[in-house]
Design a binder for this molecule. Sequence first.
Ligand code: ZN
Length: 352
Amino acid sequence: MASRYEIRDRPASLPPLRVKRKDARAKLDHNKYAKSLFALKDRLVTSDFVALMGELFHPEQRPKRGFWDLGFWSGGSARADRPTPDAVTFIQLKDFRSAAETFQVDTRWSDQLLQYTDIWSDAPRNTETADPEFREKWREIERDVNAKLLGQSRAESDRLQGLVSAFEESHGVSLDVLETTTMFVCRQCNRQAISGKFKKAKCDCGEQIASLSDVDQVPLSAPAPGIQAIWTENMWLEEGIAYQFRAHKYDAESGLQVLGGSGVDHEVDVIAERGRPSARVFCECKHREIRPNDVLVFAGKVRDIGGQAAMIFTTATSVDDRVQRLARANGVQIVHSVIDKPQEGWAEVLRL
Ligand SMILES: [Zn+2]
């Protein structure tokens, strides 16, 4: 449900604001994983945190280690923010060759399998019509590939857990950002036989799954729902900057929408306010270099809202001279190198 604008009339010496929280942000209020991540406070805007998130969410930067990294799953990935166990289904025939190479399965049969592509767009369903020898061979390959995939999924799950616990250990924190789900794996074909909770079912291979003893239970960890949005939509940075303001005696909130004097609403990453001496700072946060347009758009927003102080925070380690001049001319202060900024650095920057 979309929230409504509320009037914020403090500090009393400043004009009231019409403010509401962004829906994407409000949605995370009751997400325990998001809470755990935001509780990192000053550890959010650190190179260690950036490295951890980079490992969790950029599969193209690392070797293919798990089923969710592979492009040829017939099950596909239904949810964008975590691997779905549904992806552990069998490979489609057209992809057999690449799969065979990836998992070093016996490829002697691959040509024959490929010949059947036209008739069998969905081989596992139609194996009944094949001759018995071919069918048996197909099942053997299937079992083999599925077992290797399962092994890779387990290794990826272990790797993610290892990364998170290394971060926890070196920072002395508890970080709940992985969700563990149990996969129920058919003992006949090594494929995920049931998605979600355990229930009686018939596996695609034909095996009847009547009780838990018919399956292997495999727990797999993956990034929890909501965590990817916090990373890709820069909420970690906004919240990390808001935390620094709070640590310097401001009230600060991130992820807001503010109604401008024009009646048009604007996203403002962080608003920090202070009573005496009164101050209200509008902030933009960027996990990249600042471009001229960033300054112009932000300065325009602040003008429409009627703000007195505007700051842009960037993780970039320098700011182009032209951009810096543009910022000064438009009453915007740019703070760069926010990652791993020492406390003295923050004290200096936020002594406004
Ligand atoms: Zn099966």
